[in-house]
Design a protein around this ligand. Structure first.
Ligand code: LLP
Length: 422
């Protein structure tokens, strides 16, 4: 993994001794490297140099406040998909005008909240939503700024569950429908419709589908301009993939930026990008202790104290995450393990048949590439409290999310003692 290679035998991550850290804060523990996140932000800024471009970090990738704050300090705005993410972004100090609101099912309450906060732009995904924004903005006596999310009907060549740009996906509208919205824009006097948006999928390892989709957006933008519409914003979504396993090649930010540079040459508005994973995935590891090693009839299981409730990606997408033993492996034989958690489901498996140095109960392992879509997809399934999270920087660490206590986990529950009529 970038920025963090070959530190596992020494067990030092961004200057912090992981064994000591695990002893202090317990496991499972999410650990995020602040320098790694900063370096990704810098690299993206550099790649986008010369373009009038803004970064709208996809909060869903990792919405932990301290992570958001770090990204905000580096100049990121936010791409949000719920009232909760809106509040997180604002709490982290991201200016409302630097927030774009995406998502196929924004409720009236969420639209009202976003208008009240003054979010910069709505990415609209359906005619019903456009009507709702018009109605709510009119009632508030304000003007909403919006882009149409087009569905470019491009195969992103990624996992089916995270592919979003094909016509059969629920996202966005056909270019022909978007065109009709622009032509009838006076129907929505409280919506300033002056942008295009798209997001074709996540964990894109090939830039070819991006180039194709961006080209379709560029052609449409030019047609709109010829028809007399003024376009202020072109938002190409997120999706830049990262290298989770050996042999995978992640696209370079510079090549991505070059695609935008070529396709949008002559565009005088703002270009927006909404990366999530690319900024944070490789900056995070999930530290976990080996509870025990179990020799089954057919397989050898490494049972960790982390489980699918902490990190769902392997169970949900059969996603690969590198797993390393923390400590010096010299002289240890290699063995094949099924690396599993303690949750009562066979799907609670992080890796099958994974070759690792011999591991023993009480030892520490790290699951890599878990800065994105890891903690943010966590749950308390099996009544397991949410893990703690720390940010490490220059040999020090900050506890940025306390381990959830049992009392906090059940705080909103109560016995059925009061019965109400709806
Ligand atoms: N913009 C929009 C409108 C999105 O829907 C997404 C992600 C992004 C930006 C950020 O995409 P990224 O740069 O992170 O690829 N849970 C899945 C990923 C789901 C992504 C959903 N949308 C996973 O663990 O792989």
């Amino acid at each position: 993994m970038q920025d963090v290679t070959s530190c596992w035998s020494t067990g030092v991550f961004a200057g912090v001794d992981l064994e000591q850290l695990a002893l202090r804060e317990g496991t499972p523990l999410y650990v995020y490297s602040a320098p790694a996140i900063r370096s990704r932000m810098r690299a993206l800024h550099d790649a986008l140099q010369g373009l009038n471009a803004g970064i709208r970090y996809a909060v869903k990738a990792n919405g932990t406040l301290a992570v958001l704050q770090l990204l905000a300090e580096q100049g990121a705005g936010a791409d949000i998909v719920s009232a909760g993410e809106l509040q997180r972004a604002l709490r982290a100090g991201i200016a409302a005008c630097d927030i774009v609101f995406s998502g196929v099912g924004k409720t009236d309450a969420e639209i009202g909240m976003a208008l009240a906060a003054g979010v910069g732009r709505f990415n609209l995904e359906s005619r019903a939503e456009l009507d709702a924004v018009q109605r709510i903005a009119a009632a508030r006596g304000c003007m909403a700024t919006a882009s149409v999310r087009i569905n470019p009907d491009v195969d992103a060549q990624t996992h089916a569950k995270i592919s979003t740009g094909k016509a059969e996906n629920k996202f966005g509208v056909a270019i022909s429908e978007a065109r009709a919205w622009f032509d009838a824009h006076t129907t929505w006097p409280n919506v300033q419709l002056d942008g295009l948006h798209m997001h074709i999928g996540s964990q894109l390892l090939s830039l070819a589908p991006v180039a194709e989709a961006v080209q379709r957006m560029a052609t449409f933008w030019q047609q709109l301009v010829v028809a007399g519409h003024s376009i202020a914003s072109l938002d190409v979504g997120g999706g830049l993939g990262v290298r989770y396993r050996e042999g995978e090649h992640a696209p370079a930010a510079r090549d991505y930026a070059d695609i935008l540079r070529t396709a949008f040459a002559g565009f005088d508005g703002r270009i927006l990008v909404e990366p999530g994973r690319w900024l944070v995935a490789e900056a995070g590891v999930l530290l976990s202790r080996v509870v025990l090693v179990k020799q089954g009839e057919a397989r050898r299981f490494l049972v960790l104290d982390a489980a699918m409730n902490d990190l769902l990606r392997p169970s949900l997408y059969e996603a690969w995450h590198d797993i390393v033993r923390i400590g010096d492996d010299a002289g240890r034989e290699s063995l094949a393990y099924d690396v599993v958690g303690p949750v009562c489901e066979t799907g609670d498996t992080f890796a099958m048949d994974r070759t690792l140095p011999r591991c023993a109960a009480g030892e520490l392992v790290a699951i890599l590439g878990t800065g994105a879509y890891a903690s943010s997809m966590g749950s308390t399934y099996n009544s397991r409290p949410l893990p703690a999270e720390v940010l490490v920087d220059g040999g020090r660490y900050a506890l940025v999310r306390r381990r959830q206590t049992f009392d906090a986990m059940i705080a909103d529950e109560q016995p059925a003692s009061v019965w109400n009529s709806p």
